[in-house]
Design a protein around this ligand. Structure first.
Ligand code: ADP
Length: 260
């Protein structure tokens, strides 16, 4: 705090004026806004050429397959997979700028929670050869939320479970109804999270460091975006973990069962 007036007191000690300008806080806010603006513009600009590369890669892949050039088609397919990774990274950056500026839009509908989780799992099964995704569902009923955003959160948790368990093959996705909440948990048996880092993993750009055997790619945004989405939908997200034994990420969303 900087005082605009050097002597804000009368001789008997009463405050006559208190001009406070919270310059530091203003500056910090402005810097944060500039950072968000830059991220927003940069990720938006990156999106256009990447979309175009993807379209060309798909056309080229189809042409090569038709011409019987299977080896070349395979290479283009790998290119396409990398473009998808890039698209996801750019999408995460865009989501963060939207969240930080309060512009993340939600398109709410009624849907069956278990069904959306199942569909998301089916979409992800082909992304791993090593892991088996096991369903342990019990009836949760319908929720009123943004279906795509919820699917995005589940995708994040499952892709993390796959990524952070390179030496084990089981991932369990379970659902249950508890009171007025539908709960989903994604459990892996991988590297786990140290006790003192459990809350930090939900912060933006935070990544647990110090794994000597492995380097894992990522920006440290997935869990921040996921927990913000869940919070905005009236829910909560948490993690249980024992380092070296695995992690279980869960989130709960309110259900409308007619009583609440
Ligand atoms: P990213 O995976 O891109 O780093 P996230 O926000 O998804 O970003 O995760 C933040 C950090 O939390 C990761 O860098 C990792 O250290 C830790 N983490 C997330 N999921 C798991 C998991 N299933 N097992 C162990 N650590 C995890």
């Amino acid at each position: 705090w900087h005082l605009a007036q050097a002597h804000p007191f009368t001789l008997d000690g009463n405050i006559i004026k208190w001009f406070g300008t919270n310059t530091d806080i203003d500056e910090q806010k402005q810097l944060q806004r500039q950072k968000d603006d830059f991220l927003g513009i940069a990720s938006h600009e990156l999106k256009t050429p990447v979309t175009s590369i993807k379209a060309y890669a798909q056309v080229l892949g189809a042409m090569l397959t038709k011409e019987g050039e299977h080896k070349k088609a395979q290479m283009v397919l790998r290119m396409d997979a990398q473009v998808n990774r890039l698209t996801n990274l750019i999408g995460d950056l865009l989501d963060v700028t939207k969240i930080n500026s309060g512009r993340l839009q939600f398109n709410k509908v009624w849907f069956d929670f278990n069904q959306v989780i199942k569909e998301t799992m089916d979409d992800l099964k082909h992304t791993t050869q090593k892991h088996t995704l096991i369903e342990k569902f019990t009836e949760t009923g319908k929720i009123y939320s943004d279906k795509d955003r919820i699917s995005q959160v589940i995708t994040n948790l499952i892709t993390n479970a796959i990524k952070y368990s390179p030496h084990t093959d089981k991932i369990i996705v379970s659902t249950r109804l508890e009171g007025h909440e539908a709960i989903v948990c994604v459990q892996d048996f991988g590297i786990g999270i140290p006790e003192d880092k459990k809350d930090k993993v939900f912060e933006q750009f935070y990544r647990v460091s110090g794994n000597k055997q492995h380097t894992f790619p990522g920006l440290g945004l997935g869990l921040y975006i996921s927990s913000e989405i869940v919070k905005r939908e009236g829910g909560r997200m948490w993690v249980n973990s024992i380092e070296g034994k695995g992690a279980t990420f869960c989130f709960a969303l309110p259900v409308n069962d007619g009583t609440n």
